[in-house]
Design a protein around this ligand. Structure first.
Ligand SMILES: Nc1nc2c(ncn2[C@@H]2O[C@H](COP(=O)(O)OP(=O)(O)OP(=O)(O)O)[C@@H](O)[C@H]2O)c(=O)[nH]1
Ligand SMILES: [Mg+2]
Length: 284
């Protein structure tokens, strides 16, 4: 647990926190979204104080992008060690969204409200799927999905089903990125978009693939099994640029393009189902 007293918080974090604190007064249930590929690092432990005394569920989003076996390990770990209910969800899959909705309604049975309808809001770090969740639950596009920050409007409640209203704007949680590994993992899931240590971030991602997902790396580079032992971070982008025919003027390999392409493929889950951490990696 990070000792927040040691740090003074940057302005945007304070503002986001004040904003959520205000909105929480109007809700009965919080849905905290956590990217399934970083089931621990993606959680906003820094904000636990905000959530105290408020019923909450944690939904591991983008479950379709995460290593299934490792995800099951995490769910078991959390079920055994936490009081908060957990569920996995893929907002791109209708059946998964249906299961998610039933789960919410089941939890809500035991949640009291002062209002006519029960009310909930979604919170989570950037790019975790907050807008996708709102749209999936409401069944139409009301929240903007993608990279651009949403257009600010007044707060509105949207109906999710009988007796349940959802806040149409999510609460954004910011992690305190005071550890290089946290920073790298957040970059690899697209939560931090602007950073100046691209090589360190990519090398971290590459090494996880090499150590734990060698098969995915072989498929990604379309190489023979026997060739993988020769692939190191140093020659990886040459291989990739050659395969993809990323060339600059004069026929030189465009390694820069290969790097950005690799980053995008990692963020979008195009290389395969990956989890960047296991309980034994992060819990001491
Ligand atoms: N594969 C997969 N992609 C998802 C899922 N949920 C969201 N995405 C994608 O992830 C990206 C970010 O989703 P958003 O819903 O915009 O995330 P957000 O939390 O609202 O992001 P910000 O508004 O930037 O904080 C988009 O490209 C979505 O299509 C999911 O369950 N599975
Ligand atoms: Mg959004």
């Amino acid at each position: 647990m990070i000792d927040l007293k040691k740090y003074s918080l940057p302005g945007h974090i304070q503002k986001a926190r004040r904003n959520i604190r205000e909105l929480l007064k109007a809700v009965d249930l919080i849905v905290e979204l956590v990217d399934s590929r970083i089931p621990y690092t993606g959680r906003a432990f820094e904000e636990e104080a905000l959530f105290l005394n408020k019923p909450r569920i944690i939904a591991l989003s983008k479950s379709d992008l995460a290593d299934e076996k490792a995800l099951r390990t995490w769910l078991k770990f959390y079920e055994e060690n936490e009081d908060v209910p957990f569920i996995c969800v893929n907002f791109k899959d209708v059946d998964s969204v249906k299961r998610f909705k039933s789960f919410i309604f089941r939890i809500l049975k035991n949640v009291r409200t002062r209002f006519k309808d029960k009310k909930m809001m979604v919170v989570g770090i950037p790019n975790v799927g907050k807008s996708s969740m709102i749209n999936a639950l409401v069944g139409k596009k009301i929240a903007k999905i993608g990279n651009e920050p949403g257009i600010t409007r007044g707060i509105q409640w949207v109906s999710v089903g009988k007796g349940l209203k959802l806040l149409d704007t999510p609460g954004i949680l910011y992690k305190k990125v005071d550890h290089p590994v946290i920073h790298k993992k957040l970059c690899l899931v697209g939560s931090i978009k602007s950073f100046d240590d691209l090589d360190e971030v990519l090398e971290f991602g590459f090494q996880i693939l090499k150590d734990r997902y060698e098969k995915l790396l072989i498929e990604y580079l379309r190489i023979e099994k026997t060739e993988i032992s020769d692939i190191q971070y140093q020659n990886f982008f040459e291989k990739l640029a050659k395969k993809r025919k990323f060339l600059k003027k004069g026929g030189f390999l465009d390694l820069e393009r290969a790097k950005f392409s690799f980053l995008k493929d990692l963020i979008d889950g195009k290389i395969g189902r990956i989890i960047y951490e296991l309980p034994e990696d992060v819990i001491v």
